[in-house]
Ligand binder design. Structure first.
Ligand code: IMP
Length: 199
């Protein structure tokens, strides 16, 4: 029987994506499936810190092998912002409340108005705790920020992000096309390598 590996998320889309990549090695289990319904704190000022914080929180309470991910959109001309603040970019800048994807995108376009350098990257860090040992896996996709939102698929900043070597934004691609090259995909592949060397 496969050993369980808890993914510290309740995002069904992420669970499906990671099961497709890691499902042959480990049985991926959601927070809901282990009876965890609490909001996990994410208070670090780095992407790595947040991923580790979430994985440690689950490991300490449920005493199981687990992993957590955290992602940020890093824009070169903005010194790497919104980065770790990607989900709450607009609200922490006084534009509405909570996680508002269209307000985040509107603010990003405003900040880049008139700026020629549109280079950006999505960066995902996965923190895993396996047999009590901590591991970090990273996935990056380089690209650029479009001048107007395009496409209706995906979520978050997808309508603005054009991966390097492509003409479509992530939101104009099918989910299979996006998932084949995404930051999360690359971080998951790095996690798979960790699992293979630490069975
Ligand atoms: P999370 O750490 O995966 O929750 O991501 C933090 C924030 O980054 C999200 O709320 C989105 O705004 C943004 N984000 C993460 N992954 C993606 C993606 O694949 N496409 C677009 N935006 C993303």
């Amino acid at each position: 029987m496969q050993e369980k590996l808890v993914f510290a998320t309740n995002n069904a889309h992420k669970i499906t994506e990671l099961r497709a990549i890691l499902g042959k090695r480990r049985q991926i289990v959601s927070l809901e499936e282990i009876g965890c319904r609490e909001e996990i704190p994410e208070t670090s000022d780095t992407i790595e810190g947040n991923a580790l914080q979430k994985a440690r929180w689950v490991s300490q309470r449920f005493h199981c092998d687990c992993f957590a991910d955290d992602t940020g959109l890093e824009v070169e001309a903005l010194g790497g912002q919104p980065g770790v603040m990607s989900a709450r970019y607009a609200s922490i800048n006084g534009r509405g409340e909570g996680h508002d994807a269209s307000a985040n995108s509107a603010l990003l376009l405003e900040k880049l108005d008139g700026i020629e350098n549109r280079k950006a990257r999505f960066r995902t860090v996965i923190a895993a705790i396996i047999g009590g040992k901590e591991f970090l896996a990273e996935g990056i996709v380089n690209g650029s920020i479009a001048t107007t939102p395009r496409g209706t698929d995906g979520f978050g900043y997808d309508p603005l992000f054009i991966p390097e070597g492509q003409s479509l934004t992530f939101a104009e691609m099918t989910s299979d096309e996006k998932n084949a090259i995404s930051h999360r995909r690359r971080a998951s592949e790095a996690l798979l390598k960790i699992l293979e060397t630490n069975p």
